[in-house]
Design a binder for this molecule. Structure first.
Ligand SMILES: [Zn+2]
Length: 300
């Protein structure tokens, strides 16, 4: 296929030309083409896939670090990124629906791995919650096998490598989980209560034994009403929580208001969950340790 055709297609942005391109594009030949190109919706999933894929895959993500996926507005360059992908990785369960709006004639036949598929959900306010990965045992038991299976299907020659890499990463997840549980154990039981900005922590809370007292933002992209906030202030006061947490991807203003109204002096604004942060929270493992250290500091 000539470069001129591709160039013309980009200029025209025509569905017809794009369809022609997709129709005549070669099947994925990962190893020969210098590695399988994977595009994940978020930096968290990209990091986990990179740990399994190693040298055999090139991984990119769409939502930048420090930005949330639930209200992400796709950009034209995102579609271009996806057009080159041999595999697209998303979480599903409503976290990264923006992806559906990006799929076009170039990508409609690209394999999509939905990491959250089949994982039993916890419902929050009647909605199945998508934030499985904040429980590292779900990453180990659900995400990793799904990633290994899909990479091995697309690149059978790499199966042994993917198995080995996943086993090594699973061992790191085990060590992480043990370390985090030990840190949480230093928080007096009565203080293990979380109030966060959005509803990212149900799987984390269930696994590590926290009570979720409430969230400021029940629906991302929809500001709470004054009545919602007042009800949350009452709940937070009654529960006697020691700190209000806010995720770095959101403006902490409302969390500060909640803390002021409830007479809580600690507001921690640097938790990461949907997106990685600056080092040492720039990997999934680093992010989890960072979060638990901030939570322990505030609640101990
Ligand atoms: Zn989220």
């Amino acid at each position: 296929m000539g470069l001129d055709i591709r160039f013309a297609a980009e200029l025209a942005m025509g569905v017809l030309l794009a369809t022609t391109l997709a129709a005549c594009s070669a099947p994925v030949t990962p190893a020969a083409a210098g590695g399988l190109k994977v595009v994940a919706t978020t930096t968290v999933f990209a990091d986990i896939v990179a740990n399994v894929g190693g040298d055999r895959v090139a991984v990119d993500s769409i939502v930048p670090a420090g930005v949330g996926p639930e209200d992400y507005e796709p950009k034209p360059e995102d579609a271009r990124k996806l057009a080159d992908a041999g595999l697209i990785v998303k979480n599903g369960v409503g976290l990264d629906d923006f992806l559906d709006r990006l799929l076009d004639a170039n990508t409609q036949r690209t394999p999509i791995l939905v990491l959250g598929e089949g994982i039993p959900t916890i419902d929050v306010d009647g909605q199945p919650n998508p934030h499985f990965w904040l429980d590292p045992t779900l990453v180990r038991d659900r995400y990793l096998p799904a990633i290994v299976a899909e990479l091995s299907r697309l690149d059978p020659a790499g199966k042994a490598t993917y198995d080995t890499n996943a086993a090594a990463y699973a061992a790191k997840l085990d060590a992480l989980d043990t370390a985090l549980a030990a840190k949480v154990a230093t928080i007096p039981t009565a203080n293990r209560k979380l109030v966060t900005f959005h509803d990212a922590f149900p799987y984390f809370a269930k696994h590590y034994g926290f009570e979720l007292v409430g969230v400021v933002l029940a629906n991302v992209g929809q500001e709470p009403t004054a009545a919602d906030l007042a009800a949350l202030v009452d709940k937070v006061k009654a529960a006697g929580v020691k700190a209000v947490f806010s995720e770095a991807q959101f403006n902490p203003k409302l969390s500060q208001t909640l803390a002021d109204e409830a007479g809580i002096s600690q507001v921690v604004t640097t938790l990461y969950n949907d997106a990685l942060g600056p080092a040492p929270a720039d990997t999934y493992l680093g992010m989890m340790t960072w979060n638990v250290d901030r939570i322990v500091e505030a609640l101990k």
